[in-house]
Design a protein. Structure first.
Length: 290
């Protein structure tokens, strides 16, 4: 059984209910220390999980691999993909490129990313997050990295239109402790972090978690290390025919959430939107085309 993303962690999660007790013991070890646990010898893994080596082999085959070595190969490829440098990604794309125009290649990749992201989306978690973000008694904070800062900024700009108490953290991590002072058990921190995962964001998540804050993570298909601190994690596919990653699938989830939050609290959202439009009219910020 292989998932839409092909990520071993996701495959494990998908078929957990189909595993025997012994196989679940191995799966639990793999997920607890992922992907490092799967990179050790089969005998070491079996010993830690307190099962036999044949049990480990059976698990690998249930996941859709031709044995434990093939599963390890998939794990190594995941690790390589996570740390792949832009130049390497570009060279790989050139090697695999087709005769299609780049616009069509890119569109095909984005369409596949959106489809697989939607297939992987946990709708129950989505609805829970929409409810949480729609609760105006809770303060929301947002943060992103060097690339994903724009995603955090986009989400912030739209959230603060439809609800109050929304704050975008400064780009400078030096002042983040000043924001953390205002966070507590009722606060929500939304973090965007994709591969070449940023240590400053990991430190932020750790400190915020200690204050009891709810963390919502938007990441790539491999999963940021911040996932271990997050109550909710949305994974989106990001690979496209480029040296850069695409966050279009992440934006898809963000915009879907915005639509849900707005629909659930339309009366109050409409009042805020109408008040904002009135201010725009007074300040003449936008051109009146009438």
């Amino acid at each position: 059984m292989k998932s839409g993303t092909g990520i071993v962690k996701d495959i494990l999660s998908d078929c957990m209910d189909e595993l025997t007790h012994s196989e679940r013991q191995v799966a639990s070890i793999l997920l607890t220390d992922y992907p490092v646990a799967g990179m050790q010898s089969i005998t070491s893994l079996a010993s830690i999980a307190k099962v036999s080596t044949p049990t480990v082999v059976r698990l690998a085959k249930k996941l859709g691999f031709d044995g434990f070595s093939k599963m390890q190969e998939a794990l190594r490829e995941e690790v390589a993909a996570q740390i792949k440098k832009p130049v390497s990604k570009h060279d790989s794309w050139i090697t695999e490129s087709s005769n299609k125009h780049i616009s069509h290649q890119f569109a095909d990749a984005v369409a596949a990313n959106l489809r697989h992201t939607l297939d992987r989306l946990d709708q129950t978690a989505f609805d829970s997050v929409a409810d949480i973000l729609g609760d105006t008694s809770r303060r929301i904070f947002l943060a992103g990295g060097r690339i994903t800062r724009s995603n955090a900024d986009y989400f912030y700009n739209h959230l603060q239109i439809i609800r109050p108490k929304v704050t975008l953290l400064s780009e400078s991590s030096n002042v983040w402790p000043q924001y953390i002072l205002d966070m507590d058990e009722s606060s929500i921190l939304i973090i965007f972090d994709i591969r070449r995962y940023e240590k400053d964001l990991q430190k932020l998540a750790h400190l915020v978690k200690e204050r009891g804050c709810t963390i919502i993570l938007f990441t790539d298909q491999w999963g940021s290390p911040i996932e271990k601190h997050a109550e909710y994690c949305f994974k989106s596919l990001v690979e496209v025919p480029s040296s850069l990653d695409s966050t279009i699938a992440i934006t898809f989830i963000v915009e879907s959430l915005l639509a849900q939050i707005q629909n659930q609290s339309w009366d109050s959202s409409r009042d805020r939107i109408e008040s904002l439009e009135a201010m725009f009219g007074v300040t003449k910020l936008f051109r009146n085309l009438k």
